[in-house]
Design a protein around this ligand. Structure first.
Ligand SMILES: Nc1nc2c(ncn2[C@@H]2O[C@H](COP(=O)(O)OP(=O)(O)O)[C@@H](O)[C@H]2O)c(=O)[nH]1
Ligand SMILES: [Mg+2]
Length: 364
């Protein structure tokens, strides 16, 4: 299963153009607020320079990158949580994603109408964030009514706890605050999981910039304001980068560097999603393939084995491990083995970012 990123934002913020850029797909782009009716799934490879180095070093029969899926959720407008625009139908799509990407329009271009008339990133950000909170409020209210009813009928500690935590959520959401700002215990988080609150998911912003200086200055100001709230905003010249897709990578890079862009939008977005979800990358290497996989930071070796196959987790014996940097220094897997640099790690070993792992397990 790929990591899923849901793209939200006001109409004409550039969501579909960004989706195309990220997936190199051909979703229909139009200067029309509610054009994208079907959620538009797009799975792409996670950019990974280490994987390219490893595949040269290990010469595996097959290389399988980690993947990331983007979902173009389409036009949210003020009032969407009450069914304005295409409203709640879209909000239900984002409930299934792991992380929310909010596109904010910084580009001018008066040929493309702005639903709120003028460019004002912080206002747009507040509108969208409020809609997301209001949508959660609706879900929380409904669930709370149900749970309150249940709590009266059955004596169940879990139900009571859910009633309590939902009451806290309600007062939060009524102020328009996202649930991720609430302090919640692990148990409370677990209890809230089935409700799939959008504002509990990590969220970051993408500034859709144009080449004007005004857009860059505005970006610096907005970035500083959002940073005070601990939020991340990535600078992406969405349309420019999309138009550069057909150029050779070197030329594209040189061109973007002139605007101070060091990495592609996809790379920035993927890195940010991994960071916010607290994910690392490890590699499995066997007779058949070399494969990059994402893993929650802090996971132990058997859990990582479970990512390959549940049998491997159940019958876990040990993990043979070498880290990327060490393998590259030594230069070959065989040599690393001869020199005794392939470590034998047990159940308690915490997989590190960049580990290359071979699991030993018994199948009965
Ligand atoms: N000038 C300019 N136009 C853009 C930019 N990004 C998107 N657009 C245009 O804005 C219109 C709406 O973009 P679209 O991606 O469909 O927006 P969505 O409604 O958020 O999905 C299209 O005509 C795009 O070509 C940009 O950075 N600069
Ligand atoms: Mg669109």
């Amino acid at each position: 299963m790929s990591l899923r990123v849901g793209i939200v934002g006001l109409p004409n913020a550039g969501k579909t153009t960004l989706f195309n850029l990220l997936t190199r797909g051909h979703a229909e782009v139009a200067s029309y607020p509610f054009c994208t009716i079907e959620p538009n799934p797009g799975v792409v490879e996670v950019p990974d320079e280490r994987l390219a180095v490893l595949s040269e070093l290990l010469i595996p029969p097959r290389v399988v990158p980690a993947t990331i899926e983007f979902v173009d959720v389409a036009g949210l407008v003020k009032g969407a949580s009450h069914g304005e625009g295409l409203g709640n139908q879209f909000l239900s799509v984002i409930r299934g994603v792991d992380v929310v990407l909010e596109v904010i329009r910084f580009f001018g271009d008066e040929r493309i109408p702005h639903v709120m008339e003028n460019v004002d990133p912080l206002r747009d950000q507040e509108i969208i964030d409020l809609e997301l909170a209001l949508s959660d409020l609706e879900i929380a209210e409904r669930r709370w009514e149900k749970v309150k009813e249940l709590a009266r009928k059955v004596k169940d500690e879990k139900i009571h706890l859910e009633e309590e935590v939902l009451a806290k959520c309600l007062s939060f959401l009524r102020q328009g605050s996202p649930l991720r700002e609430m302090t919640l215990s692990e148990e409370e988080k677990e209890i809230l999981k089935p409700s799939q609150f959008i504002t509990l998911k990590p969220l970051f912003y993408v500034a859709n910039l144009d080449e004007q200086d005004a857009s860059k200055a505005l970006f610096q100001r907005v970035k500083a304001t959002l940073a005070e709230k601990g939020a991340t905003i990535l600078p992406v010249f969405v349309k420019l980068e999309e138009e550069l897709q057909d150029f050779p990578p070197e030329e594209r890079k040189a061109f973007l560097q002139e605007f101070g862009v060091e990495d592609t939008g996809l790379k920035l977005v993927a890195q940010t999603a991994y960071r916010l979800l607290n994910l690392i990358t490890f590699y499995t290497f066997g007779d058949k393939e070399l494969r990059a996989r994402e893993l929650l930071r802090g996971s132990k070796a058997p859990e990582a084995a479970g990512k390959v196959h549940s049998d491997m987790e159940r019958g876990f014996i040990k993990a043979e491990v070498i880290n990327f940097a060490e393998l590259v220094t030594i230069g070959s897997f065989e040599k690393a083995r001869q020199l005794g640099h392939i470590r034998q790690e047990g159940k308690e070993y915490e997989i590190q970012d960049g580990d290359i792992v071979y699991f030993r397990f018994s199948s009965h």
